[in-house]
Design a protein around this ligand. Sequence first.
Ligand SMILES: *[C@@H]1O[C@H](CO)[C@@H](O)[C@H](O)[C@H]1NC(C)=O
Ligand SMILES: *[C@@H]1O[C@H](CO)[C@@H](O)[C@H](O)[C@H]1NC(C)=O
Ligand SMILES: *[C@@H]1O[C@H](CO)[C@@H](O)[C@H](O)[C@H]1NC(C)=O
Length: 282
Amino acid sequence: MGLKSAWLLVVFLFLGVAVAENVDKLNIWPMPKWVSKGHKRVYLSPDFELDTDGSKYSDGSGILKDGFTRMLDVVKVAHVVDGNLSSVDKSFIIKGIHVVIFSPGDQLQYGVDESYKLLVPSPEMPDHVHLEAQTVYGALHGLQTFSQLCHFNLRTKVIEVPMVPWTIIDQPRFSYRGLLIASGNNSDSCSINKTWRWDVDFPCRRCYKVDKKLLKCKTPVIGLYEFTLLHMQNVLHWHIVDTQSFPLEMPSYPKLWDGAYSVSERYTFSDAAEIVRQVAGQ
Ligand SMILES: *[C@@H]1O[C@H](CO)[C@@H](O)[C@H](O)[C@H]1NC(C)=O
Ligand SMILES: *[C@@H]1O[C@H](CO)[C@@H](O)[C@H](O)[C@H]1NC(C)=O
Ligand SMILES: *[C@@H]1O[C@H](CO)[C@@H](O)[C@H](O)[C@H]1NC(C)=O
């Protein structure tokens, strides 16, 4: 091993240790590629807003706007955020997130750039968070990570971001990140459908709501789209047919779904299309 590669190895070992330490303390998941944090604390203004000035992406289909709303919902955990910030120094109040996306398109395909950079607060606009990404999909990951930096304080009733300034530079570690649902060998009737919910147990502090009844759940109960976003996944592998059953309607081979467990245990062509549509977040 040459001197140069030995030196590189030392650097990698060092980085490995630094990241491992962060994993324990930060609870950001999936763990970003690069993180640095400080010791201060800022507070989100009650009318925390989305600002896209200077972005090349126009958000015609509302992907970013919906992602922003979803992020706030996750942070509020269904609380009313009505704390009084009037005694807080203005320089500690964050009014919004400034999202700059460099690519105008939103075509989702394998290999799309999902990297992002998140600065809390923004060095140029200290009363804003700065999030930049090549594509809207990178920005969605950035919002997801930002939601994990925020914390609703039950005593003061405001949302705070501890340990600022944050600098996070990230992109998913693997280009294929999938959820496999193997329903083909499962006699449960329609085990995925529109109301399908996934109970997940993963290292995350917060509780997620889908409807009011589930507010107190410790384990997040979320929809398929939220699930894939939360885990920064980009592939749904639906193992729908198996030796045991063929429950999918095929218009060109209408007898194939006679191989379902029963007449009711079938997916129509449109059911399948709806699930694909949901996972794409449309
Ligand atoms: C917020 O607190 C200040 C004093 O710190 C008080 O004057 C003001 O009335 C409070 N506002 C509300 C809406 O409670
Ligand atoms: C499908 O389920 C049957 C019965 O539960 C089991 O014997 C079989 O191994 C399963 N097949 C696969 C491919 O998982
Ligand atoms: C959807 O799936 C859930 C969970 O498997 C099931 O409880 C529910 O009855 C299904 N709904 C419909 C309309 O099939």
